[in-house]
Structure formats: structure tokens, C-alpha cells
Design a binder for this molecule. Structure first.
Ligand code: SAM
Length: 393
């Protein structure tokens, strides 16, 4: 549980965390179906433009027809969240249908069993190839009420034609699909893939960031647009003085970039955020010190790491009226005469006052040596970001 002292003074986020039960990945049937038999179907020739036309809700299996377990499972997994690249769901075509089923964790045996039903009762999805187009063709449909109504009808149905284990699986998959469609704050855990320009400087094709389901007001479990923009800036121009300390690292994108650029980094955040931050450094094969540092009291951190930090980085750190003062005080405690402060703040309309308060405070003890404005976006829309560099007066 997060303590009340860390609560934000802004609109609470709507949160919904679905119940997660184990799903068997094996086919429920004992029928042996060879991979070849499915591959043969993949060679089917398109006779129409079904693979190009967006899906309508009437193209989905009708519940009145009591679709078998395999049919519902295939459909529900096909409409699961597509991979997230930066802040967008992937809408790219997958050339190989087998890759689609693999990505969506659908055993081929289940595809093969279900296709017989689709052929008879759901002609829009009557082939393996057409099924493999569902992730791409359902994209617009997911934004409609019809889609949510369809999922709600599954949840509220007793699915009396299935057995208890199958009902539990279908209801669980359906509730995941509903929560995935409710916006980032209600979505279950996701792995976000980040691709920036000049990634070759990092020796990586992309960065993976694990973002658990958002619980309470732990905004550090989500990656913010600010860290993407600032990371690109650091990749483009990384003349930084080590060691580098980041305050409020969140999911760790900036730290991961700095570690890939071979800087000595210390990444810090609140206790609830640090375990996921550590995990993200590990899954990207990065090294650095990752530990708790609460802006309200940095003494325990300084006691553990009596280090002279030459750079302190902050990305999107103020979203509560007490943050400017806290940040000013923690910087005063951590800065040495040689320390450079890099700070990036989104210019959110409702936060003008607390931004001005931060700049006023910083100007008392620090000199602004650089300032720039950049456009960017995340799931919450387009934003302008202000980047500034300060040095002690
Ligand atoms: C809006 S998020 C930005 C996260 C990350 N820097 C990014 O740009 O993606 C703000 C971060 O500040 C952290 N934070 C808020 N209050 C804090 C405090 N008192 N001490 C340390 N970190 C804090 C949050 O946990 C969160 O990770």
C-alpha cells in the first residue's frame, strides 16, 4: 500500500484490475493436429477483399449460436492488445499467419478445431488466413460501443453450453479484453517496446519496459512521454558528467538509455516503484545502482551512497502542489558546486502554477544555462515539453 503522504492532489485515475487465473495453453481436446495441416490452410488464396475490410461486430460469432469454447478462445485472444511500440499499438501487417497465432498465444490445434465452426456459422472469418487478419481488422471496431457491448454480453452470459473450467477461462479472457480497452490507467500489465532514432549507439534494436497494472496512484509504473523525448535528446547529445543520479525514474527508460551509453547511473524512486525499475534494468541487460530515494528525506540514500553526483536528471517530476518545494530541497541537499541539473517538464495547462513555482525556486540558487521546447505525445495526448539545464549559482 502506498502511504497517504505520497498521494497526488489531482483527479484520481479510474482503475480496474481484472482477476487473473491460470489459463491452460494446451488444447482442451486430445485430437492430434499436425502443424502441417494448418500450414496447408495458410496457402489458401483470397477470393475476396475480406482481409482488407475492417470488421463489424456482426462479423464476430453470435452468442445465440452457442459458439464452442475453442471459437470463443481464438476470437478473444486474437482481439487482445497488440504489441505497444512507444505509445501506439502495433497496426502492422503480419505476413505469416502462424506468427500471428504465436504472438497471440493461440495453440494451432485450437485454431484448427475452431475453423470448422467459423466456416459454417461465421463466414467472414471462415479461413485460417482471415482469422489471422482479425488483430489488424478489429482495430476500428474496438473503439465502438458495439465492441464493449459484445464483451459485456459474454461476461453476463452463463455460457451454459461450456464446462466450468472453460467458462472460467472465457470470462477471464473477456474481462482482460474489457480492461485493455479502457485506456492505459485500467489496462493490465503490458510490455512496452521503445524504439528511438540512432538506437545503434546503444547497441540495441529496442528497449523493453514492463509496466504492471496501475494500482493506487503509482504513476511511476507507467512510462511517460517526457522520458521518451528526453531519452532521444540524451542519445543525440550525451556529453554528460558522471556519476549521474536520476530522481523519480519510474519505469527506467532514461536510466536504461544512460546505462547503454556506458554512464555510471543511480536510478531512484519511491519504494513501490523500485522493484519494477530493477526488473526493467535486468530485462534490458543494463547495470547501475537502483534504490529508494524519497524526495521528502534523501538522508538514508546519501548515507548508503556518499557520492558527489555531477549530473542530476528529472523527467516529469511535478504533478502536485508540494512537489516544487520538495524537489528544490532535495536538489539543494544533493547538488555540489559541479553538479548540472537536467530537468524536463511537460507544459500541461492545469499545472502552470506549480511549474512557475518550481522555476522561481530554482532561480534562487541555480542559473539556467539552457532551455528548449519540444513536442511529443503519450497515451494521454500531445504535449509540449520544456527542457532546462541548471547549474548552481
Ligand atoms: C510522472 S512520473 C514520471 C516517471 C518517469 N520519470 C518518466 O518520465 O516516465 C513521476 C515519478 O516521480 C516519482 N515520485 C513522486 N513523488 C516522489 C517522491 N516523493 N520521491 C521520489 N519519487 C517520487 C513517481 O513515483 C514517479 O515515478
Amino acid at each position: 500500500m502506498i502511504s497517504h503522504s505520497h498521494r497526488m492532489d489531482f483527479d484520481p485515475l479510474s482503475l480496474f484490475t481484472p482477476i487473473v487465473r491460470e489459463i491452460p495453453t494446451e488444447s482442451p481436446s486430445n485430437t492430434f493436429i499436425s502443424k502441417d495441416s494448418v500450414e496447408e490452410q495458410v496457402v489458401e488464396v483470397f477470393e475476396d477483399e475480406d482481409h482488407l475490410t475492417p470488421l463489424h461486430i456482426l462479423d464476430f460469432p453470435l452468442l445465440q449460436l452457442k459458439p464452442p469454447f475453442e471459437v470463443l478462445l481464438v476470437l478473444l485472444r486474437l482481439i487482445s492488445l497488440n504489441e505497444v511500440w512507444n505509445f501506439q499499438q502495433d497496426e502492422e501487417d503480419r505476413e505469416d499467419p502462424l506468427v500471428v497465432f504465436q504472438d497471440k498465444k493461440i495453440p494451432l490445434e485450437i485454431v484448427y478445431i475452431s475453423i470448422e465452426w467459423f466456416k459454417v456459422y461465421c463466414t467472414r472469418l471462415d479461413s485460417v488466413i482471415k482469422l489471422s487478419c482479425v488483430p489488424k481488422l478489429a482495430f476500428a471496431l474496438k473503439k465502438t460501443n458495439d465492441y464493449n457491448d459484445y464483451l459485456t454480453r459474454i461476461i453476463s452470459s452463463d455460457l451454459g453450453w461450456l464446462n466450468d473450467e472453460q467458462i472460467a477461462i472465457i470470462h477471464k479472457e473477456t474481462s482482460l479484453r474489457i480492461s485493455e480497452n479502457c485506456g492505459r490507467t485500467a489496462q493490465p500489465e503490458l510490455i512496452r517496446k521503445i524504439k528511438l532514432h540512432n538506437m545503434e549507439k546503444l547497441g540495441k534494436e529496442y528497449i523493453k519496459l514492463k509496466e504492471p497494472a496501475l494500482t493506487s496512484d503509482n504513476l511511476g509504473l507507467k512510462t511517460w512521454g517526457s522520458s521518451l523525448i528526453l531519452s532521444q535528446r540524451l542519445i543525440n547529445d550525451h556529453e554528460l558528467k558522471e556519476p549521474i543520479l536520476e530522481l523519480g525514474s519510474g519505469t527506467g527508460l532514461i536510466g536504461i538509455i544512460l546505462s547503454c551509453l556506458k554512464f555510471e547511473v543511480y536510478l531512484t524512486d519511491l519504494p513501490d516503484i523500485v522493484p519494477n525499475l530493477k526488473e526493467n534494468m535486468i530485462i534490458n541487460d543494463c547495470s547501475g545502482i537502483i534504490d529508494e530515494l524519497d524526495w521528502k528525506n534523501c538522508e538514508p540514500f546519501l548515507k548508503k551512497y556518499p557520492v558527489d553526483f555531477n549530473t542530476i536528471i528529472l523527467s516529469d517530476p511535478i504533478y502536485s502542489p508540494d512537489h516544487p518545494q520538495l524537489i528544490y530541497e532535495v536538489l539543494n541537499r544533493l547538488c555540489k558546486p559541479t553538479t548540472e541539473i537536467l530537468i524536463q517538464i511537460p507544459l500541461r495547462r492545469n499545472y502552470e502554477d506549480i511549474r512557475s513555482k518550481l522555476w522561481d525556486l530554482l532561480n534562487k540558487k541555480y542559473r539556467e544555462v539552457y532551455s528548449d521546447i519540444e513536442r511529443g505525445s503519450d497515451e494521454f495526448g500531445d504535449t509540449t515539453y520544456c527542457f532546462k539545464k541548471f547549474v548552481p549559482l
